[in-house]
Design a protein around this ligand. Structure first.
Ligand SMILES: [Zn+2]
Length: 233
């Protein structure tokens, strides 16, 4: 195994100096990879969900606006999300770049983000698209069962408990989260595909889109991501 793909660490940290954008369906592992990349380069991992929660917790004007909308279970409007992102990337911890997870979601957001990055003098972003077969994602998500006692995660397709329906550690009953059921997940994946296709096409036209094979192991995908980020210009 070569070690040259190891994450940059120690004193001579490579600078990211750009935004890295992760696109991919739920269950493709992009959240894990986005966090890992951010950790390697010591830059913030930005998710709009976290940003919203932070604004609400701090009671900022944006948070005050967003709170009732989220409480009703509605989608926070673009204008609010974009303002929040604009505020966030002006903070000093973003000066050497940052990793976006789950943003942008639309071409309009992507265009706005492009202007924002340019205005702040960042290089062109690297966009990493997690490509994975829908049936595989379905297995990953719908196969996930969790121990009611200790929270251990199993996968009935990939990591089975020794006794069906029971936790190996404590014999606890395994249950599926309601959101992980196929009738919930399948439409979400379809909606995601529909929403992401134009976004991926947009970034492809700009020459910014890179794809990774998200069916591969976590380590392999990590190496693919690092290679893309280092090779992007
Ligand atoms: Zn357990």
């Amino acid at each position: 195994m070569k070690t040259s793909g190891a994450p940059p660490d120690g004193k001579s940290v490579e600078q990211l100096d750009r935004a890295v954008i992760f696109l991919g369906p739920p269950g493709a592992g992009k959240g894990t990879q986005a966090k890992e990349l951010a950790r390697s380069y010591r830059v913030p991992h930005l998710s709009t969900g976290d940003m919203l929660r932070e604004n609400i917790a701090k009671g900022t004007p944006l948070g005050v606006q967003a709170q009732p909308i989220m409480a009703r279970g509605e989608l926070v409007p673009d204008s609010l999300v974009l303002k929040m992102v604009a505020d966030r990337i002006e903070r000093p911890d973003c000066s050497h770049g940052f990793v976006f997870d789950g943003f942008p979601r639309t071409v309009a957001q992507a265009q706005y983000l492009g202007q924002l990055l340019k205005a702040h003098g960042f290089r062109r972003p690297a966009v990493i698209h997690f490509v994975i077969d829908t049936s595989l994602v379905l297995r990953r998500i719908t196969g996930r069962w969790m121990c009611k006692v200790g929270g251990e995660i199993y996968n009935i397709y990939e990591r089975q408990p020794k006794v069906p329906g029971r936790c190996d550690n404590d014999g606890g009953e395994l249950e599926q989260r309601p959101d992980d059921r196929e009738e919930i997940v399948a439409p979400r994946l379809a909606a995601y595909e529909k929403m992401t296709a134009p976004l991926a096409a947009y970034y492809r036209r700009l020459g910014l889109l890179h794809t990774v094979d998200a069916a591969k192991s976590v380590d392999t995908v990590t190496q693919q991501v690092l290679a893309i980020v280092r090779g992007a210009h």
